[in-house]
Write a protein that binds this ligand. Structure first.
Ligand code: NAD
Ligand code: AKB
Length: 315
């Protein structure tokens, strides 16, 4: 059994990945950490940790005899544009800290998420291949690309077992997203149920790669459990599921909530979205570790509306 520590465990992904890992490896083998305190007692083992504080990080790893770190703490693309220097520090320096913990023998395995944000203008927008040119324009994308290079460097130079996925925009109902460019695809469901109206910060024809959270979590655990000899990518894997525009998502919601209306008021995130792919090619992940998504747009829309109705007390 791995002995796991998760950073950023209260965020959109961590608040679901933690419990998937608990179910798989047992609650005594999963330590959740975050810079914030949880609002309830659902986390059995929790430590407050600012990942910028490397000494405290090391103490917690030793205290719990951790061998595997899922390093999720980061600043997402929209917020990172407002605080670029802080974003660089959080999103790159703390990954180096974790990689050096592995180099020094303190831990053995690392999962670190990259993003479709590593791509920029110049890459193929449709079916962006694994190896397409990477010219990120946002501070978030620049930091993710640096992180990918660190991962491959530490794998090649020090044989560190670090694995990574380029997540697309993740859609989930449990925890609100933390300030990304793809957040509209979650906000829209809350607003459809609360007000039957949504002001979208991207324009109607902006197609982006997306994925339902259950698929993302299953794929992450599958990657971490794949024998190392099967893995050919040591920077980060393209990882695909859905691709849709705000207009297509609004139409899918309108089929279920006929009174729903959407208006388009693009803001600074439009330019970030315009530089990202419409959909990415994940054939290398399919070949190396059998990646296959299960949720399509109608299935995801059904489950989002059903779960959010329960959460918001609408049924
Ligand atoms: P999030 O913003 O929802 O959560 C991040 C968590 O990190 C928060 O709970 C926050 O409190 C915590 N945090 C912030 N600063 C910290 C610090 N100094 N020390 C410790 N914790 C700190 O993010 P998320 O959506 O869960 O994303 C997790 C990872 O996945 C990030 O690396 C992100 O770039 C990546 N990713 C996410 C998506 C997505 O659509 N959610 C897509 C691509 C990549
Ligand atoms: C964001 O929009 O910043 C994230 C991502 C795709 O990395 N959801």
């Amino acid at each position: 059994m791995p002995k796991i520590l998760i950073t950023g465990a209260l965020g959109q992904i961590g608040s679901e990945l933690t419990f998937a890992l608990v179910e798989r490896y047992g609650e005594n083998n999963v330590i959740a950490t975050d810079i914030r305190q949880p609002l309830n007692d659902e986390y059995k083992h929790f430590e407050q940790l600012d990942v910028l504080d490397a000494e405290s990080f090391k103490k917690i790893l030793k205290k719990h005899s951790i061998d595997t770190v899922y390093h999720l703490a980061a600043m997402l693309s929209g917020v990172a544009e407002k605080f670029p220097v802080r974003a660089w520090d959080l999103n790159t320096k703390t990954l180096l800290t974790v990689l050096n913990f592995a180099k020094d023998g303190l831990i053995k395995n690392i999962f670190w998420p990259s993003s479709i944000a590593v791509y920029g203008r110049g890459a193929e927008k449709e079916g962006t291949p694994q190896s397409a040119i990477k010219n990120p324009e946002s501070m978030y994308g620049i930091a993710k690309l640096a992180g990918e290079r660190f991962c491959e460097y530490y794998y090649k130079k020090f044989n560190i077992n670090v694995r990574s996925i380029r997540y697309p925009g993740l859609i989930s109902w449990k925890t609100q997203p933390g300030g990304g460019t793809t957040d509209y695809a979650v906000d829209i469901f809350y607003q459809a149920l609360e007000n039957q109206k949504y002001n979208c910060f991207l324009n109607e024809n902006t197609a982006l790669p997306m994925l339902y959270m259950d698929d993302a979590i299953r794929g992450t655990i599958e990657l971490m459990e794949t024998p190392s000899e099967k893995l050919s990518v040591h920077s980060s894997y393209n990882f695909s599921g859905l691709s849709f525009t705000p207009k297509e998502l609004a139409e899918e919601i309108k089929k279920r909530i006929p009174a729903f209306e959407i208006e388009y008021l693009p803001d600074f995130r439009q330019s970030i979205a315009d530089s990202w792919p419409n959909w990415i090619d994940d054939s290398v992940a399919q070949k190396d570790w059998g990646w296959k998504p299960e949720f399509d747009l109608p299935k995801m829309t059904d489950i989002m509306l059903q779960q959010l109705k329960l959460k918001l007390g609408k049924i």
